[in-house]
Design a binder for this molecule. Structure first.
Ligand SMILES: *Cc1c(COP(=O)(O)O)cnc(C)c1O
Length: 395
């Protein structure tokens, strides 16, 4: 039988059995509307409250500072548009980075059309944002700084505490898209000076379609979804009850297992990285060598199309992703790989393997066994490879 290896955990994870077990009763037995006053409603309300407490505990926040959303994308939209619209009398300038997820980038581009000014900070060749550059970009019109906690493509972890401190000292709101960080590396909103933080359950073994925005007490922002009085009048719509229950259980499990799980993943990741770098020529590791998510490996192979690499791996049962996962159909390589300075042709030959709790050492062995042959075969079919044989190499 064909082996199946899932190495695309940054795209989404499976839902853990313990999480699913807690969710199921909320479809069938405990299905009340949390806003209803009767017993059915009160039971549902209790479950939402527990999930809010678990989420707050995971971030070192208070339960009143947690607002459930439909996912990471909504949390990012809400944080940025909500602060922009509520603080436009104070200023119209937003600082973010060139490597953010599209949920942040496209929201900022929308606000530019609405009259806001946005600075997109550059990053270095590892994908690191420099706090000093954040400081220099601040003007007396700056109302928001939004920098992601860890990058979803190359895994680089940003200096969040330092950037948060700069924002705090200047009285500017600081938002971080922590969708790739929560449940994987330590996150503490108080210690890290964070005012707003986005998270999403399906990136830490919870269900899809549910997330949260942490809003520090006192932060001024407009609601994003208008309607009923749910979420203390700040996010309307009947709660995704089972989803919220799942998020609460998943975040509790992820944080309880964080140390052990990240140690295990990082060891597998490092073996994968050194295995690839040692057995294949003309390959580079993208992202920072040490300030990197425990499960992330991202490579660029010269003379290869990422898409062909993905298809060949898929035929071997390996699920991975390339630098253009979100824009397949488009010929543009990932904005993140371009931002770290890769030329177009190198960025095109990129491969992201993201490990998770279901991966084993045998999975790493399997990838290290099949990948070199695939790369070799694809290169032999590439006219560029033939032309450049023995020539100057970029990587
Ligand atoms: C997945 C992801 C999102 C979007 O979250 P959804 O819940 O899928 O909407 C936002 N930002 C980052 C960094 C992500 O990895």
């Amino acid at each position: 039988m064909q082996k199946r290896v899932y190495m695309d955990h940054a795209a989404t994870t499976y839902t853990k059995q313990e999480v699913l077990d807690e969710m199921l009763p909320y479809f069938k037995e405990i299905y009340g509307n949390p806003s209803s006053v009767h017993g059915f409603g009160r039971e549902a309300r209790k479950a939402v409250d527990l999930a809010r407490e678990r989420t707050a505990a995971a971030l070192n926040a208070s339960p009143e500072e947690i607002y459930f959303t439909s996912g990471g994308t909504e949390a990012d939209n809400w944080a940025i548009k909500g602060v922009a619209w509520a603080n436009k009398e104070r200023g119209n300038h937003i600082i973010t980075t060139s490597i953010e997820h599209h949920a942040v980038l496209h929201t900022c581009q929308y606000l530019e059309k609405m009259g806001f000014e946005v600075t997109y900070l550059p990053v270095d060749s590892y994908g690191l944002v420099y706090p000093e550059q954040v400081k220099e970009a601040i003007t007396d019109k700056t109302i928001l700084i939004s920098v992601m906690f860890a990058n979803n493509e190359i895994g680089t972890i940003e200096p969040i505490r330092e950037i948060g401190q700069i924002a705090r000292e200047r009285g500017i709101y600081f938002h971080t898209d922590a969708v790739q960080a929560v449940g994987h590396i330590p996150v503490d909103v108080k210690e890290m000076n964070i005012d707003l933080l986005s998270l999403s359950a399906h990136k830490f073994y919870g269900p899809k379609g549910v997330g949260a925005l942490y809003i520090r007490k006192g932060v001024k922002l407009h609601p994003f979804i208008h309607g009923g009085a749910q979420e203390r009048n700040r996010r309307a719509g009947t709660e995704n009850l089972a989803g919220i229950v799942g998020l609460g259980k998943a975040i509790e499990l992820a944080v309880a297992n964080l140390e052990e799980s990240s140690k295990r993943l990082a060891a597998m990741r490092d073996r994968l990285i050194s295995g690839v770098l040692n057995t294949i020529e003309n390959v580079r590791l993208n992202g920072h060598p040490t300030k990197r998510l425990p499960g992330n490996a991202n490579f660029s192979f010269e003379f290869i199309e990422g898409e062909s690499l993905l298809l060949s791996l898929d035929m071997k049962g390996i699920a991975a992703s390339s630098g253009s996962a979100c824009t397949s159909g488009s010929l543009d390589p990932s904005h993140v790989l371009l931002a770290i300075g890769l030329p177009h042709e190198i960025a095109h030959g990129s491969l992201r393997l993201t490990l998770g709790d279901d991966n084993t050492d045998e999975d790493i062995d399997y990838v290290l066994e099949v990948l070199p042959d695939i790369v070799q075969r694809l290169r032999e079919m590439s006219p560029l490879f033939a032309q450049n044989k023995g020539g100057k190499r970029y990587v």
